[in-house]
Design a protein around this ligand. Structure first.
Ligand code: TMP
Ligand code: ASP
Length: 236
């Protein structure tokens, strides 16, 4: 399959059309941003790591009944994915309080939540990705109630599967953000990426942060943390 025109360039990936209208090629970049693009930097090797980590996690999810956009890894940084229209929602699942939840609700980071939290943010750089609920999503026509039910069910399933899978390699899944897409026939599938950019991964024993918070908070050894996740998941 060959890349044709570039369709879109995001903060961490480029998306290309291909010679087959059913497929896109995504190319992962080393660029990193935080706080809606206010903080900018580069994490060397990130693109290659996120591509391979995301593909390995999506493969596991697909095998366990969650449909994903993954088709074929082309190279270290590039993957063929199914053509979807992204549902403009950041779907966040939380097991342990951290980040914006800790701030908003005054819960110290690391507090175990009594039950899993599901949040939606409307993807809009202009508005700063505001949090929305089921009613806003229906009222704005972002997704139908039926689509949102599918999205919520898959999100909890992804949480259960990822939590168990990561536990085996000594990683505690604190929270994560996923995105869904609609295929041309309207089927909802998991899209975008699952990587240290989009999850909070803490070492199960030491609590060390193995994710993008190292970049967001200037904690140092950002590259080392990404490499450690890759090593634990892919053995390289
Ligand atoms: P938050 O605590 O900052 O709301 O982040 C929750 C989760 O979502 C965390 O795992 C990081 C991820 N995330 C993204 O993937 N993209 C974003 O733009 C933000 C703000 C968070
Ligand atoms: N990627 C997001 C941005 O640049 C934020 C983040 O991941 O913290 O806005």
């Amino acid at each position: 399959m060959k890349k044709t025109e570039q369709l879109y360039e995001g903060k961490a990936k480029k998306v290309f059309k291909t010679d087959d209208e059913n497929y896109y090629i995504v190319s992962y970049k080393d660029d990193a941003t935080a706080f809606n693009g206010l903080k900018k930097g580069t994490i060397e090797g990130k693109g290659a790591i996120n591509n391979q980590v995301s593909n390995s996690l999506m493969k596991m999810l697909e095998k366990n009944g969650v449909p994903t956009h993954l088709v074929e890894e082309l190279s270290e940084r590039e993957t063929v994915v199914k053509r979807v229209e992204i549902v403009p929602l950041e779907v966040i699942v939380r097991n342990i309080a951290a980040g914006s939840l800790s701030k908003r609700l005054g819960l110290p980071e690391g507090t175990k939540l009594k039950s899993t939290v599901l949040e939606y943010c409307y993807k809009s750089d202009e508005l700063g990705d505001p949090m929305v609920n089921d009613y806003h999503i229906a009222a704005l026509g972002i997704a139908t109630p039926e689509e949102l039910k599918t999205i919520a069910d898959y999100s909890f399933k992804v949480n259960d599967l990822l939590t168990d899978y990561l536990k085996d390699v000594g990683i505690e899944l604190i929270d994560f953000k996923i995105e869904f897409g609609r295929t041309p026939d309207g089927t909802i599938i998991l899209a975008d990426e699952i990587s240290p950019d989009t999850c909070r991964f803490w070492d199960s024993k030491t609590g060390e942060k193995l994710d993008k918070d190292r970049f967001r908070r200037d904690l140092g050894n950002v590259e080392g943390a990404y490499q450690e996740v890759m090593k634990r998941l892919l053995g390289k």
